[in-house]
Design a protein around this ligand. Sequence first.
Ligand SMILES: [Zn+2]
Length: 321
Amino acid sequence: MPIVQHMDIFPIHVPVSSSLRSINFYLVQSGQSLILIDAGYNNDDCRKALVDTLKQNEFALKDLTHIILTHHHIDHAGLVNCLTAEHPIPVYAHPLSFPRLKRASVFLQMRIQFFQELYETMGCGQQGKKQIEHLKKTMKENESQKITAELVEVGENFGDHFEVLEVPGHAPDQIALYDRKQERLFAGDLLISHISSNALVEPDENGKRIPSLLIHIDSLKKCLSLSLEQVYSGHGKVIQQPKELIQKRLDGIEKKAERFLTLIKGGKRTANDIAETYYKDVYDQQFPLVMSEVIGHLDYLEQREKIQKEKVHGIWRYTSS
Ligand SMILES: [Zn+2]
């Protein structure tokens, strides 16, 4: 266990109009280090918020010693390129972040192939095809967003500042940084005060589907077992005494799974049928999120032996046990 330094936290909360409410990242001073945990979006609001927070606390950009990313998502890694171009410091992340942050083309091609097969086998038809076209387009458009900084693999401890915990589910590469002494956790998007986190369906490095919701549940349970006073999230408010909220999120998964089970018992057979029936307009608006939700909860019901699946003409059909 590391000898934990005294730490000062300077939160950077950038308000946004979406349901996320804010994009959060954190400056942490610990001993001689000034660590940036996550790096917001690559936009003026996030850049200004960081510069202002540095200035207000009598720091400058050149005082930053490390950047750590809780996961690879674009609203957590946005400023990395512009910060490290001006002030080259190492960027620490989980190894599973690397192909995603570097936008490795072999990996991205495989990922598109993965979603194509996934949506076909889940019965998504036209909507699935539309999403694949969108993925192909954004793969080209986002080429310029690849992280150019030197990436360093995080270990079990981050110096004598934090213990590093793997908390995959929302993203396969998600980590949380635990300050055991002061019972604080920087948890990325594992736990958000005002909304449940999406356990996004993703392939592993071999193109096999990761059971995102099942591992998200394990990550939440891992947090329940820690002594925790505060959780510093990627969005929304800092969470005080988080155990009740973690339990609420776990109960929420159980409840949603029960609703999907009722739909299956009522004759809905494919993930796509369940998604369209349950989410209505949101199905079109947020197709990839909705499919992740449905597929994740079907995994959960399968694991609990409440349903089984069978492939008929290339499409998974679910029935209650
Ligand atoms: Zn995220």
